[in-house]
Write a protein that binds this ligand. Structure first.
Ligand SMILES: *Cc1c(COP(=O)(O)O)cnc(C)c1O
Length: 422
């Protein structure tokens, strides 16, 4: 599928008059349309709820948009819990799917009334000790081990993953939790990441639904919800077919009818914790070409770097690049598009065929709406960029200002020494 930016060159030129590059830009229209589609795909399940994975795009403005669709938040840390609370999420709108969790974070989640999703059987004791009780609604994270493989070759390796409980442990955990007063149980698993296939959720659903039936039979626990977590991917590459969320919802429905309904479990609510699928395509990183260099290879230096988007450096991830205004020109130049870090992996693209790039050209790096800004860091003293929201009416809102040197120096206790720069 051809990858087109959601913003025009003219609009970007207008935006850059106010907000200098680099920045992440989010597309409100795309976010809303996609949120509506997800709800529709799972409308057959009355209890369905998406808990947006805050870590993907931790911005209150984004969370508030998603809240309008009845979504909750999936948190992994204290600050994500705080942000959820501040945005008006409360009680069972909050899912706490953390791991290696500090006890005070369990306590804070419980205070907000959020659902604790236990990553390990030993955390039962930790939660009981910290809270003084076991919450009536509680979830356990499952790890079947082995290899999780789909027919198109995509696979992941739960056996090597640090998350979740083994089949024996989760049965034991349910028994213990029930004896300690838990009444409504959930099961959660995240077995493969960024799956670009309609098969993943239905396959995962089968694993979880069968496990749920078994757990109910073995322990008598009332299973109130099953959490399919994240993992639905997006087509970062132009040659990838996007997932069809309606087909995914229907695939899960069939497994639900086949496994849960005959077991008398037709009242189980389905939850998701999608991050990438909800936001990925609806954000882009806008950067400007500021240098060109001709040595053993051809380089284009841009004003963004890996601190603004870590995925290429960290995973070798592909992010499509559009050179704005040159969409119709031939891709007859082979470039490495690089940032300014003193790190040779600071490359947004390697040997990428692109139109001729001139200094001053605006480049759009696609699909940075999830796990983009949020993975940012400060190496080389680089500052985090701004985040902007493109509203449906074409107006643009600054939803996070860019960091300044003052932010960078704020954690020193001799800040006064820096005063002359601030
Ligand atoms: C990261 C994460 C998600 C979101 O994953 P995506 O790939 O963005 O869909 C959901 N749940 C948990 C527990 C996670 O760690």
């Amino acid at each position: 599928m051809e990858k087109k930016p959601f913003v025009t060159l003219e609009k970007l030129q207008e935006i850059t008059e106010t907000y200098p590059t680099p920045f992440h830009l989010y597309d409100e229209r795309g976010i809303r349309e996609n949120a509506r589609r997800l709800k529709e795909a799972f409308a057959w399940n009355p209890g369905f709820k998406e808990y947006f994975a805050v870590k993907a795009t931790p911005n209150p403005f984004i969370l508030k948009i998603l809240k309008e669709y009845g979504f909750g938040t999936d948190c992994s840390s204290m600050t994500e819990l705080m942000m959820s609370d501040a945005c008006g999420f409360s009680g069972h709108d909050i899912m706490f799917s953390s791991n290696e969790t500090p006890p005070e974070e369990f306590a804070f989640c419980a205070k907000l009334g959020g659902i604790i999703n236990l990553d390990d059987i030993t955390h039962i004791e930790c939660v009981e000790k910290t809270l003084g009780y076991i919450p009536e609604t509680i979830s356990c994270r499952y790890n079947p081990g082995g290899v999780f493989q789909m027919s198109n070759g995509i696979m992941d390796n739960p056996g090597d993953a640090k998350y979740g409980m083994t089949p024996e442990q989760i049965t034991e955990a349910f028994r213990i939790l029930k004896a300690k007063g838990a009444k409504r149980f959930g099961i959660h698993a995240f077995l493969a990441s960024n799956t670009v296939t309609n098969e993943y959720y239905p396959m995962l659903a089968k694993v979880l639904f069968e496990t749920a039936v078994k757990l109910k039979e073995e322990t008598g626990a009332h299973i109130a919800f099953i959490n399919l977590s994240g993992g639905i991917g997006i087509p970062y590459r132009p040659d990838q077919e996007p997932n069809d969320i309606m087909a995914i919802g229907e695939g899960v429905r069939q497994v639900y009818e086949e496994v849960l309904v005959p077991a008398g479990m037709g009242d189980v609510a389905l939850f998701t914790e999608l991050g990438r699928y909800m936001l990925g395509p609806y954000g882009c990183l806008v950067t400007k070409a500021i240098h060109e260099k001709h040595i053993h290879k051809e380089y284009i230096g841009v004003d963004a770097c890996a601190v603004n988007l870590m995925r290429p450096a960290m995973y070798g991830a592909y992010h499509h690049i559009t050179v704005m205004g040159k969409e119709d020109q031939p891709c007859d130049h082979k470039y490495d598009v690089v940032g300014s870090l003193c790190e040779n992996n600071d490359k947004f693209a390697v040997d990428r065929m692109l139109p001729r790039i001139d200094r001053g050209d605006l480049l759009v790096l696609h699909d940075t709406g999830a796990h983009g800004f949020s993975m940012g860091y400060n190496y080389n003293g680089k500052l985090r960029s701004a985040e902007l929201l493109l509203h449906e009416d074409g107006s643009v809102e600054l939803i996070r200002r860019a960091e300044t040197p003052k932010d960078y120096f704020a954690t020193f206790d001799f800040c006064h020494v820096m005063d002359k720069y601030l």
